[in-house]
Ligand binder design. Structure first.
Ligand SMILES: Nc1ncnc2c1ncn2[C@@H]1O[C@H](COP(=O)(O)OP(=O)(O)OP(=O)(O)O)[C@@H](O)[C@H]1O
Length: 310
């Protein structure tokens, strides 16, 4: 069983407002899934539904290969989570906080607590009360608490929010270690692409409660490599010549004077010659790199593209 989470047409409404609309998502074992979307997109609501904290209005959730039934709690032992700002007993140490959690969860293993603290690099702070912890340390302690019961799935809602660059770096290393060393599947939400694109194996883009796209980062990178950008005062003629004369189909027309050719089979020189020979007025022709930001921004705008690589 490779699929840890599968949702089918998942819906949540509050009153007459649908905040999650027909979401189909799949999260596999040993994968980091970046759940990307602006504030209010529905990320937390989906996560809360996976945890049984919010009851779906419609659709289905499968966890660890089994359909989630209303009121079921057994699967919770296999999930760790950090949904909102973690709250601790501030006067107690990190270890004491985890011990209390372990007792509450009915999973007490001294080794597991030490291991979790080691994993998040909080060994050496045993004597410090949590009130002396920085924001980053508290975030890491929250994750240590979530993994101290050895879950197979970890749900982290905006775990990088508010961290400094060093803290972000540490978090990224931690996510990779959890995936690689422990084989945990991670669902990490964020409203900033830059925060998760470096660690995610798959990115699910959600906006207005709809999952717009679920793509592997591998395919995103493949389709964001390079393109040739042509600035012309006659885009229609350029498009006609590209398709009809030069046999180029994988391009996109942007506004009144811009064309982007993805994955061109022809060299830039051959393109230029071909266009000029067919009387296309060219102001400039350049090879450019399509940034990930642009890629996702266009996805959010619902931009149509001739490129069908994702
Ligand atoms: N209990 C509730 N009652 C009514 N509306 C709610 C409730 N919880 C969430 N919402 C609404 O559902 C929508 C989705 O919220 P959600 O918290 O899931 O978004 P999000 O993507 O996690 O964004 P954020 O990062 O801001 O938390 C928002 O419009 C929010 O106002």
């Amino acid at each position: 069983m490779n699929e840890i989470v599968r949702t089918h047409q998942l819906i949540k409404s509050y009153g007459t407002t649908e905040v999650v609309s027909g979401v189909n998502m799949t999260l596999r074992r040993g994968e980091i899934y970046g759940f990307l979307g602006p504030n209010g997109a529905g990320k937390s609501t989906v996560m809360k539904m996976l945890l049984g904290l919010v009851r779906p209005t419609g659709g289905e959730i499968e966890l660890f290969g089994e359909k989630l039934l209303p009121g079921a709690t057994e699967h919770l032992k296999r999930i760790g989570h950090l949904i909102e700002t973690p709250v601790f007993y501030e006067k107690l140490t990190a270890e004491q906080n985890l011990e209390l959690h372990a007792e509450y969860m009915g999973y007490y293993k001294k080794d597991a607590i030490r291991e979790a603290l080691e994993m998040v690099q909080l060994i050496g702070t045993q004597d410090k009360p949590v009130k002396q912890f920085s924001l980053g340390m508290k975030q890491r302690l929250g994750i240590a608490r979530a993994i101290s019961t050895r879950p197979e799935l970890l749900l982290l809602d905006e775990p990088i929010n508010g961290l400094d660059p060093e803290g972000i770096q540490l978090m990224r290393q931690l996510f990779r270690r959890l995936r690689d060393d422990w084989g945990i599947a991670l669902l990490i939400s964020s409203h900033l692409l830059g925060e998760i694109e470096q660690v995610a194996d798959t990115i699910g883009v959600i906006d207005g409660g709809r999952l717009l796209r679920e793509v592997s980062m591998e395919s995103v990178h493949a389709s964001t490599t390079e393109y040739v950008e042509i600035v012309t005062s006659n885009v229609n003629l350029a498009a006609f010549v590209l398709v009809d004369t030069l046999g180029v189909e994988n391009f996109k027309q942007i506004g009144d004077n811009l064309i982007r050719i993805y994955d061109p089979k022809l060299s830039q020189e051959a393109l230029t010659k071909g266009l000029i020979a067919n009387d296309v007025p060219i102001q400039s022709i350049n090879r450019k790199h399509h940034s990930l930001e642009e890629y996702f921004f266009e996805m959010l705008k619902g931009g149509e593209s001739h490129a069908s690589t994702y």
